[in-house]
Design a protein around this ligand. Structure first.
Ligand code: HEC
Length: 170
Protein backbone atom coordinates (compact mmCIF):
# COMPACT_ATOMS: atom_id res chain seq x y z
CA UNK A 1 0.00 0.00 0.00
CA UNK A 2 1.35 3.38 -0.96
CA UNK A 3 0.82 6.24 1.46
CA UNK A 4 1.27 9.64 -0.11
CA UNK A 5 3.71 12.16 1.33
CA UNK A 6 1.14 14.59 2.73
CA UNK A 7 -0.47 11.78 4.72
CA UNK A 8 2.93 10.82 6.11
CA UNK A 9 3.59 14.42 7.14
CA UNK A 10 0.18 14.65 8.75
CA UNK A 11 0.81 11.44 10.68
CA UNK A 12 4.22 12.70 11.83
CA UNK A 13 2.80 15.95 13.20
CA UNK A 14 -0.11 14.24 14.91
CA UNK A 15 2.44 12.02 16.70
CA UNK A 16 4.43 15.06 17.83
CA UNK A 17 1.34 16.76 19.17
CA UNK A 18 0.40 13.70 21.24
CA UNK A 19 3.81 13.40 22.99
CA UNK A 20 3.28 16.22 25.50
CA UNK A 21 -0.11 14.74 26.36
CA UNK A 22 1.48 11.40 27.26
CA UNK A 23 4.34 13.08 29.10
CA UNK A 24 2.59 15.67 31.23
CA UNK A 25 -1.14 15.12 31.43
CA UNK A 26 -1.11 13.41 34.81
CA UNK A 27 -4.42 14.19 36.44
CA UNK A 28 -4.46 14.55 40.19
CA UNK A 29 -7.88 13.56 41.54
CA UNK A 30 -9.67 15.85 44.01
CA UNK A 31 -9.64 14.95 47.71
CA UNK A 32 -12.64 13.11 49.20
CA UNK A 33 -14.11 16.45 50.34
CA UNK A 34 -14.02 17.80 46.77
CA UNK A 35 -11.00 20.08 47.21
CA UNK A 36 -8.94 20.12 44.04
CA UNK A 37 -5.17 20.11 43.66
CA UNK A 38 -4.48 23.79 42.86
CA UNK A 39 -3.36 24.62 39.32
CA UNK A 40 0.21 25.95 39.30
CA UNK A 41 1.00 24.93 42.89
CA UNK A 42 4.50 23.82 41.92
CA UNK A 43 5.31 27.39 40.90
CA UNK A 44 4.09 29.04 44.09
CA UNK A 45 6.50 31.08 46.20
CA UNK A 46 8.09 30.20 49.48
CA UNK A 47 6.68 31.13 52.89
CA UNK A 48 8.80 28.90 55.11
CA UNK A 49 10.42 25.51 55.56
CA UNK A 50 10.38 23.00 58.38
CA UNK A 51 12.12 19.88 59.47
CA UNK A 52 10.87 17.02 61.64
CA UNK A 53 13.34 14.98 63.57
CA UNK A 54 10.71 12.48 64.77
CA UNK A 55 9.97 11.12 61.29
CA UNK A 56 13.05 12.27 59.40
CA UNK A 57 11.34 14.51 56.87
CA UNK A 58 11.73 18.03 55.57
CA UNK A 59 9.05 20.35 54.22
CA UNK A 60 8.55 23.57 52.34
CA UNK A 61 5.50 25.73 52.91
CA UNK A 62 4.36 27.62 49.80
CA UNK A 63 1.51 30.03 49.26
CA UNK A 64 -0.75 31.30 46.49
CA UNK A 65 -0.56 35.04 45.73
CA UNK A 66 -3.03 35.96 48.52
CA UNK A 67 -0.93 34.02 51.03
CA UNK A 68 2.36 35.54 49.85
CA UNK A 69 0.97 39.07 50.11
CA UNK A 70 -0.30 38.42 53.65
CA UNK A 71 2.91 36.70 54.67
CA UNK A 72 5.26 39.42 53.39
CA UNK A 73 3.22 42.14 55.09
CA UNK A 74 2.75 40.27 58.35
CA UNK A 75 -1.06 40.17 57.99
CA UNK A 76 -1.41 36.53 58.93
CA UNK A 77 -3.67 36.44 61.96
CA UNK A 78 -6.17 35.88 60.53
CA UNK A 79 -4.93 34.81 57.11
CA UNK A 80 -7.21 36.49 54.52
CA UNK A 81 -10.01 34.73 52.66
CA UNK A 82 -8.69 32.96 49.57
CA UNK A 83 -5.36 32.10 51.18
CA UNK A 84 -4.05 28.69 50.19
CA UNK A 85 -1.09 27.30 52.11
CA UNK A 86 0.66 24.26 50.65
CA UNK A 87 3.14 21.93 52.26
CA UNK A 88 5.39 19.59 50.29
CA UNK A 89 7.12 16.84 52.28
CA UNK A 90 10.15 14.74 51.43
CA UNK A 91 12.14 12.10 53.32
CA UNK A 92 15.54 13.36 54.38
CA UNK A 93 18.52 12.00 52.55
CA UNK A 94 22.25 12.75 52.55
CA UNK A 95 23.67 14.64 49.63
CA UNK A 96 25.80 12.06 47.76
CA UNK A 97 28.70 14.50 47.36
CA UNK A 98 28.54 16.04 50.82
CA UNK A 99 27.10 13.75 53.48
CA UNK A 100 26.57 16.46 56.06
CA UNK A 101 24.06 18.14 53.78
CA UNK A 102 20.55 16.77 54.33
CA UNK A 103 18.48 17.20 51.19
CA UNK A 104 15.04 16.11 49.91
CA UNK A 105 14.83 12.41 49.01
CA UNK A 106 11.69 10.37 48.36
CA UNK A 107 8.50 12.45 48.02
CA UNK A 108 6.03 11.77 50.86
CA UNK A 109 2.98 13.94 50.26
CA UNK A 110 1.59 17.34 49.41
CA UNK A 111 -1.18 18.98 51.38
CA UNK A 112 -3.09 22.22 51.38
CA UNK A 113 -5.24 24.42 53.59
CA UNK A 114 -7.76 26.71 51.89
CA UNK A 115 -9.12 29.67 53.88
CA UNK A 116 -12.85 30.35 53.76
CA UNK A 117 -14.34 31.09 57.17
CA UNK A 118 -17.93 30.45 56.05
CA UNK A 119 -17.52 27.42 53.81
CA UNK A 120 -15.15 25.62 56.16
CA UNK A 121 -16.66 26.85 59.41
CA UNK A 122 -16.68 23.32 60.90
CA UNK A 123 -12.90 23.01 60.60
CA UNK A 124 -11.68 26.39 61.83
CA UNK A 125 -12.26 28.20 58.54
CA UNK A 126 -9.84 25.96 56.65
CA UNK A 127 -10.49 23.34 53.97
CA UNK A 128 -7.93 20.55 54.25
CA UNK A 129 -6.64 18.21 51.54
CA UNK A 130 -3.68 15.85 51.07
CA UNK A 131 -2.26 13.84 48.17
CA UNK A 132 0.06 10.92 48.88
CA UNK A 133 3.33 9.88 47.31
CA UNK A 134 4.75 10.35 43.85
CA UNK A 135 1.37 9.23 42.46
CA UNK A 136 -0.43 11.98 44.37
CA UNK A 137 -3.30 9.76 45.48
CA UNK A 138 -6.00 11.63 47.42
CA UNK A 139 -5.77 10.88 51.14
CA UNK A 140 -8.84 9.79 53.12
CA UNK A 141 -11.73 7.39 52.43
CA UNK A 142 -14.40 10.06 52.86
CA UNK A 143 -14.58 13.71 53.80
CA UNK A 144 -14.29 12.97 57.54
CA UNK A 145 -10.48 12.84 57.11
CA UNK A 146 -10.46 16.63 57.52
CA UNK A 147 -11.42 16.20 61.19
CA UNK A 148 -8.13 14.41 61.74
CA UNK A 149 -6.23 17.33 60.21
CA UNK A 150 -8.24 19.89 62.14
CA UNK A 151 -7.94 18.18 65.51
CA UNK A 152 -4.15 18.28 65.39
CA UNK A 153 -4.16 21.84 64.01
CA UNK A 154 -6.12 22.98 67.08
CA UNK A 155 -2.71 23.03 68.83
CA UNK A 156 -2.17 26.18 66.75
CA UNK A 157 -5.55 27.73 67.62
CA UNK A 158 -3.98 31.03 68.75
CA UNK A 159 -2.45 31.56 65.34
CA UNK A 160 -5.65 30.74 63.44
CA UNK A 161 -4.95 26.97 63.26
CA UNK A 162 -1.77 27.58 61.27
CA UNK A 163 1.54 26.37 62.70
CA UNK A 164 3.80 28.14 60.23
CA UNK A 165 5.21 31.43 61.42
CA UNK A 166 6.69 33.08 58.32
CA UNK A 167 10.35 33.84 59.13
CA UNK A 168 11.79 37.28 58.48
CA UNK A 169 13.44 37.59 55.08
CA UNK A 170 15.91 40.50 55.44
C1 HEC B 1 -0.48 15.09 64.27
C2 HEC B 1 -0.59 16.50 63.93
C3 HEC B 1 -1.00 16.92 62.53
C4 HEC B 1 -1.96 16.36 61.70
C5 HEC B 1 -2.82 15.14 61.93
C6 HEC B 1 -1.98 17.20 60.52
N1 HEC B 1 -1.09 18.23 60.62
FE1 HEC B 1 -0.75 19.69 59.27
N2 HEC B 1 0.78 20.38 60.38
C7 HEC B 1 1.16 19.91 61.62
C8 HEC B 1 2.33 20.64 62.09
C9 HEC B 1 3.06 20.41 63.43
C10 HEC B 1 2.64 21.57 61.10
C11 HEC B 1 3.80 22.58 61.12
C12 HEC B 1 5.12 21.88 60.97
C13 HEC B 1 5.34 21.37 59.59
O1 HEC B 1 5.50 22.18 58.71
O2 HEC B 1 5.31 20.16 59.41
C14 HEC B 1 1.63 21.40 60.04
C15 HEC B 1 1.57 22.18 58.90
C16 HEC B 1 0.63 22.06 57.93
C17 HEC B 1 0.49 22.94 56.78
C18 HEC B 1 1.27 24.22 56.57
C19 HEC B 1 0.51 25.36 57.26
C20 HEC B 1 0.65 25.30 58.78
O3 HEC B 1 -0.35 25.11 59.49
O4 HEC B 1 1.79 25.44 59.25
C21 HEC B 1 -0.51 22.44 56.01
C22 HEC B 1 -1.00 23.01 54.69
C23 HEC B 1 -1.02 21.26 56.66
N3 HEC B 1 -0.33 21.05 57.83
C24 HEC B 1 -2.07 20.49 56.17
C25 HEC B 1 -2.56 19.36 56.84
C26 HEC B 1 -3.59 18.49 56.30
C27 HEC B 1 -4.28 18.67 54.97
C28 HEC B 1 -3.78 17.49 57.22
C29 HEC B 1 -4.71 16.30 57.15
C30 HEC B 1 -4.75 15.50 55.96
C31 HEC B 1 -2.88 17.75 58.32
N4 HEC B 1 -2.17 18.89 58.07
C32 HEC B 1 -2.81 16.96 59.44
C33 HEC B 1 0.56 18.92 62.32
C34 HEC B 1 -0.45 18.09 61.84
Amino acid sequence: MKINLSKKILFFFSLISIIPVIGYAKTVLPAANGIKYPVGLKNWRLISSSYRNDNNTQRVILGNSTAIKASRSGQTNPWPKGTILAKLVWKNTEHPQWNAAIVPGEFVHSEIMVKDAVKYNATGGWGFARWKGAEQQPYGKDESFAQECFSCHTHAKDSGYVFTMPPKIP
